[in-house]
Design a protein around this ligand. Sequence first.
Ligand SMILES: Cc1cc2nc3c(=O)[nH]c(=O)nc-3n(C[C@H](O)[C@H](O)[C@H](O)COP(=O)(O)OP(=O)(O)OC[C@H]3O[C@@H](n4cnc5c(N)ncnc54)[C@H](O)[C@@H]3O)c2cc1C
Ligand code: SF4
Length: 485
Amino acid sequence: MADPKGFLKTQERELPKRRPVSVRLMDWKEVYEQQQSGELKRQAGRCMDCGVPFCHQGCPLGNLIPEWNDLTWRDEGRQASERLHATNNFPEFTGRLCPAPCESSCVLGINQPPVTIKQVEVSIIDAAFQNGWVTPHPPERLTGKTVAVVGSGPAGLAAAQQLTRAGHTVAVYEREDRIGGLLRYGIPDFKMEKKQIEQRLAQMTAEGTRFRAGVEIGRDIAWDDLRARYDAVVVATGATVPRDLPVPGRDLSGVHFAMDYLVQQNKAGAGDRVDDQISAEGKHVVVLGGGDTGADCIGTAHRQGALSVINLAIGQQPPTERPESQPWPMAPTVFEVASAHEEGGERVFLASTVEFLRNEVGEVRAVRVAETEYLDGRRVPKSGTEREVPADLVLLALGFTGPERDELEAQLRLPFDAKGNLERDAKYQTTEPGVFVTGDAGRGQSLIVWAIAEGRATASAVDAYLEGTTVLPFPVKPTDRPISV
Ligand SMILES: Cc1cc2nc3c(=O)[nH]c(=O)nc-3n(C[C@H](O)[C@H](O)[C@H](O)COP(=O)(O)OP(=O)(O)OC[C@H]3O[C@@H](n4cnc5c(N)ncnc54)[C@H](O)[C@@H]3O)c2cc1C
Ligand code: SF4
């Protein structure tokens, strides 16, 4: 522990500032400014190096948080980066995008604001890239075994990097034209600029991982052909089926799934020509759904020049403080003000969508909403409370029901569980020997940190399957979940 009195001397939690709203709405760059190194060290010095570091159990990756807090405080950036990479392949993604369950379980959080763990993490990895400390780690010998990873989101990439470093010859297949999964085409640039993906892919390519973008398994190559070609297959295809809202008017022009909208903007941002792009420019926008995807739509709509943005959520507004029912060290559900919420628009809770209303040419003109009431534990529209909310563009950000099934069922006969996710055993293997499932495809829509943790664990299971033994880490079981009451 660097400074035994750090948490007494520095009681305030300081995060870097967000750029002014009026400035950041004019571009697509990340919203945070860089933190001064003196302030970062003071914040890292608040870590108490607890005898039982509860931050570890909050993190599915088991990140060695007190160690790299200490190294940051001591200005040992290179070593901090090594300790960070010991448990996390991609801290530049989690350091920007993770909701940081580690901070919810930080011991300091019992009676003070928790350590700024996520900020320390992103500062370590940014400095590591800037200083050239992130170098390729190619394997010392090749095993001669081949692995196909299908899907290039954080789960697939983590599995691929671990397996390549273990000496296997790994090819990552991705149906989109660029590698990255939701990091590439879901998450907007203002949350994470795509150069973060490029610099990590450069390292992985130099290590020997092969990337095959623009190839859809199940259509361009049949799943069973792929299985026959490779010694093992990792299915990392995500949970991409969006939840729909089958109310009257759903088929009107102007009502879209959030992902159709976000993917197009990410492609346009990458310089691609997008014909008939769905745009919020000059429109009244209604975003249905209060999660990450909804917030990403809000930020995107404001940058495109929306006239107004209203976010409707069916549930009630969460409390601003940790509720008694979700005590430390649980990750509580609290009212979040993401950068996108700060940029404008209105958030309405307990709003049930009843119908989409059309104008004379068949486009959406308004959403009819009612207050939500709870009947027998079910959320239903309360009669007599209906009103119209003007809308030229409606974005459905209502979550995802699970992975796409058809080709996997037809070609590999893989079973799905009661929640619609791909079934796997305690070692991530499906009923088809040598075929493994990782990330959202097996867990359901989750978080990047869980996807990376699962990718690492799946690589360990695949290595053991191919070699009979493994030294790769196995950080999470498929059944592990955040702690809850
Ligand atoms: C809009 C949005 C914002 C989010 N923001 C956050 C956030 O801020 N923080 C956070 O922690 N989590 C966030 N999440 C959740 C997070 O992105 C996911 O949990 C994570 O990306 C899952 O990783 P994955 O590798 O399992 O799958 P994905 O990232 O979904 O990647 C799966 C990939 O497989 C490809 N694929 C599918 N089928 C095939 C096939 N047959 N052949 C070839 N390729 C195929 C897909 O094209 C896709 O690229 C967000 C999710 C969304 C939708
Ligand atoms: S729980 Fe908080 S204070 Fe304790 S070691 Fe982890 S980060 Fe440091």
